[in-house]
Structures are given as structure tokens and as C-alpha cells.
Design a binder for this molecule. Structure first.
Ligand SMILES: Nc1ncnc2c1ncn2[C@@H]1O[C@H](COP(=O)(O)OP(=O)(O)OP(=O)(O)O)[C@@H](O)[C@H]1O
Ligand SMILES: [Mg+2]
Length: 313
């Protein structure tokens, strides 16, 4: 439904995005995850025809975003990073205005506006002017306008930013409920957000795609972490020395205290093999007691940080 190939955008000399390629299947929810300045908004602006790319191609629902932008715009609902709102309009008036612009059949407009205001929790703000609304409520108006023409493809740039916790939960489940028939891309720099909503995640950093997979696969792929935790009965200094002497060990941390059985965290250099068994062998060779041995699992958050802070991943 969305096909992006070798998309590059330069702002003058500055890098926007660099050789970004990905696909989104019909009905899929894709999470675009990356830190500030990664290129999420840039990619979304190109997909929604708000900006042209320097090179590469992008197609939405079979239409090229450069050559067929009118058709692309008809298919897409877009929640931009900063929602352009008319501050002197009341909420329903604004939504009806957008509905008219997007060719919603006249007879359906009132019903849709009422329904959407209900779904995004805006009904009690119906009498307010948009200029009087708080940030979170403006965000809800933005979300409602992106849905007004019941689009096949939704592009949501940080949809839950500025919302209160209750509303975040409601909007997340609203977005999830929209998938199936619709294809959705949403961006976020918050990992739990994308893993809660999305089936697949693209991690983007410094304009480049660093990884793309399901949240589960990203975790398993990188589950072999760099650390092993062990509880060992033996003289502390000797234990530390033995662990440090193993191949590929970067660092050994012992828990405080001087008891018989202390906890040690052994950090290995990247790519070191057989980490747990190495530790086990070293301890057994010395005839110390090995009470516990666990690879330290990385959370998805750790993985995200690892991917965006490491070069060449
Ligand atoms: N209009 C512009 N002119 C020049 N450089 C720009 C412009 N817009 C974005 N950039 C640059 O392009 C890069 C990507 O920006 P982009 O807004 O796409 O990031 P983002 O992932 O959306 O970040 P954020 O999480 O902060 O919204 C950044 O280095 C940014 O400085
Ligand atoms: Mg952005």
C-alpha cells in the first residue's frame, strides 16, 4: 500500500533523510521510531505530498506521490506534527470545513463530525473556539480532521503527543481499531508507544533506516545481550580477577559486601561467543560455587538505544 524506495531529502546541504526504503502492506500499522531529528517528519511530509524528495520514489495506494499527488491526497489522512488550525473557528465548524474540502458527501458531514468528536473526546468542547483550546484538545481536533474523509491510508506524526494519560490510552486503542481496512504509519520517539500499537517497527536515526522488524523479532534478534549476571561463592578479589581474565570481557562489576555469595555482572565485548558457558567453566575450574547464571536480557528500550547510539548497525 505504501512503497518507498531510496528516498533521499536534502535541505540545501543539510541531511533530511538518506536512502530510506520500506513497504507497508494494506491493513498494517507501521511504527516509525526515532529520536529527535531522525527524519520521521521529513519522510511523512514526502509521503503526504507536502514536500518533494531530492531523489528516490514513493507510492501510496499505487499512485506516485510526485506524479499523482492529487490521487494520493484523496487516499490519505494526515496528522501533521504541527496541526494548522483556524483559531477563530468553533470545533464543529472547522471539522465541517475540512470535510467539505475533502469531498465528504454533504449529507454525511454532520453525522461524521459528531461521530468523530465523540471518538476523540471532543464533544464537550463543541462550543469552544479552537484558539481557546489547550494543546491536548487541539491535538484531538488534528486527529479528528485526519479521519474525516475515512481515508484508506493514515499518516500520523506523533499522534499522542501532548495528550493526558487517559486520552493516550483511548487514542491508542482508537488507532488500533482503525487498522485492518486502513493502512497506518505513525511516528513516535517513545518506544512503548510503538510497541503497544504497531505490528512492525522501523527504527530510523540520522536519516537512515537502522532496523525494521516486529517488536518481538527485534527483541529476540538482539536478546543475546552483552552481559551475564552470576552469583558466585568465592573470594571476591580472586573471583573478579578470574572473570576479568576471560576472553572478550570488557568489565566486571561485583555487588557490594563481603559475604560468601556475591553477585557479579560480567560485560562482554560485542560478538564474544559462549558467554554464559565461559563464566561457568571459569568458576567451576576454580572450584567455587556457582549459584546463579543468567544472561541479562535487553528490553526493547535498551535495543532502541543501542541501535541509535551504535555506529554501523
Ligand atoms: N525545513 C528544514 N530545513 C532544514 N533542515 C530541516 C528542515 N526540516 C527538517 N530539517 C532537518 O532534517 C532532519 C530531520 O528532521 P525531521 O523533522 O524529519 O526529524 P524528526 O524525526 O521528525 O524529529 P522530531 O522527533 O524532533 O520531530 C533534521 O536534521 C532537521 O534539522
Ligand atoms: Mg518530527
Amino acid at each position: 500500500m505504501i512503497e518507498v524506495e531510496h528516498l533521499t531529502k536534502k535541505y540545501g546541504e543539510a541531511r533530511g533523510i538518506d536512502d530510506v526504503t520500506f513497504n507497508v502492506e494494506k491493513g498494517e500499522i507501521l511504527g516509525f521510531l526515532g529520536p529527535n531529528g531522525a527524519g520521521k517528519t521529513t519522510t511523512m511530509r514526502i509521503l503526504t505530498c507536502f514536500m518533494s524528495a531530492t531523489s528516490g520514489t514513493a507510492r501510496v495506494a499505487g499512485y506516485d506521490v510526485f506524479e499523482d499527488s492529487l490521487n494520493v491526497r484523496r487516499k490519505i489522512g494526515y496528522l501533521p506534527e504541527t496541526v494548522p488550525l483556524y483559531t477563530d473557528m468553533q470545533v464543529p465548524t472547522y471539522l465541517k470545513f475540512v470535510a467539505g474540502l475533502k469531498d465528504v458527501p454533504y449529507r454525511e458531514i454532520n453525522g461524521r463530525v459528531g461521530d468523530l468528536m465523540e471518538r476523540v473526546g471532543l464533544t464537550h468542547m463543541a462550543h469552544k473556539f479552537i484558539g481557546e483550546l489547550s494543546k491536548g484538545y487541539r491535538q484531538r481536533v488534528g486527529l479528528a480532521q485526519s479521519l474525516i474523509n475515512d481515508p484508506e491510508v493514515l499518516v500520523l506524526d506523533e499522534p499522542t503527543i501532548g495528550l493526558d494519560p487517559k486520552q493516550i490510552i483511548e487514542i491508542r486503542s482508537l488507532i488500533k481499531g482503525l487498522a485492518g481496512e486502513r493502512t497506518i504509519i505513525l511516528s513516535s520517539h517513545i518506544l512503548p508507544e510503538v510497541s503497544a500499537i504497531c505490528k512492525r517497527i522501523i527504527i530510523i536515526d540520522e536519516g537512515r533506516v537502522k532496523a525494521q522488524d516486529t517488536p518481538e523479532n527485534l527483541t529476540t534478534q538482539l536478546r543475546v545481550s552483552d552481559k551475564v549476571r552470576a552469583r558466585i561463592g568465592g573470594p571476591k578479589d580472586d573471583v573478579v580477577q578470574a572473570l576479568q581474565g576471560m576472553e572478550g570481557v570488557k568489565n566486571v562489576e561485583a555487588s557490594a559486601g563481603a559475604g560468601d555469595s556475591l553477585q557479579y555482572v560480567v560485560e562482554f565485548a560485542d560478538g564474544a561467543a559462549n558467554r554464559s558457558s565461559q563464566v561457568a567453566r571459569a568458576i567451576v575450574d576454580k572450584r567455587w560455587d556457582l549459584h546463579e547464571l543468567t544472561p541479562v536480557k535487553m528490553s526493547l528500550e535498551d535495543i532502541f538505544i543501542k541501535i541509535v547510539t551504535e555506529e554501523g548497525v
